[in-house]
Design a protein around this ligand. Sequence first.
Ligand code: PEP
Ligand code: MN
Length: 351
Amino acid sequence: MIVVMKVGSPEQEIARISEELNAWGLTPEKIVGKHKVVLGLVGETVDLDPLQLQEISPWIEQVLRVEQPFKRVSREYRHGEGSDIIVNTPNGPVHFGEQHPLSVVAGPCSVENEEMIIETARRVKAAGAQFLRGGAYKPRTSPYAFQGHGESALELLAAAREATGLGIVTEVMDTAELEVVAKFADIVQVGARNMQNFSLLKKVGAQDKPVLLKRGMAATIEDWLMAAEYILAAGNPNVILCERGIRTFDRQYARNTLDLSVIPVLRTLTHLPIMIDPSHGTGKAEYVPSMALAAIAAGTDSLMIEVHPNPKKALSDGPQSLTPDRFDSLMQELSVIGKAVKRWPQAAALV
Ligand code: PEP
Ligand code: MN
């Protein structure tokens, strides 16, 4: 249930209402939007009468029930306003949100060695990315495949951050590694295979680094939003939803089916920012540019693109990785659509 306050409601009155709701056994969560303040009430609200709540104060504009099973992530919970997730990087704050320019995360699937991660970081930065991605702990289908270099790879990401000022996005696979991953990452990634690892979701929700939550490969949109709800319910409001392709009947030509329809669908259902990953979404470098262009045209807030200095030699996901040169030219192609939809960063960000 949400209590929408009138524009200009006095702080004291909002505090008084919160106290009264507390006395009713509820735990109101104050959400300050651009125009209005909303008090979110999650929990045992079925027996509450919205009209009775309305009578607490003349400053209450409206009391609404959130009908969906997801509450805190629902668009209504912020009274229709999209979230603006601000991530501080050495190069300055980067915003993820529908009111802001597109942000780009790029880099290799896995951190392989110092030279390749620093080189990739410099190249993606020069092309205009704001974040470097790279896996230290890798979820691999085969136990015999490269599993990532672990903590030493996190140190290499820190060196790349230092060298370029890019923010770092890297995956946490297990609750046991969360502390160390969160120490090095500016954004903690929860991968597709862990989307419904509820212990992990609760733990990433209880720490304060923003979380990039990838869609599970067979997850419905509701499963995905409920997974995000776990993170918000545990106290972390900063979640970015990343579509990375789902499993469908056809795996002959593309690794997954990239569901770009999630962009308008999520926009109506949630306030959380949207990211599209055409690399895992298609599995083939040659298909990545067209899907990235389409994602911008459809209104994504951010992109994740795998880039490797030598894709043929990559230890993971080489076939879907762009070379730095191809990424550079792709960024120029993307800028045409980005400018057309008024979501392209200013020239300064591209230096
Ligand atoms: C990755 O980002 O390298 C990755 C493993 O992604 P996903 O969880 O989407 O497969
Ligand atoms: Mn990968």
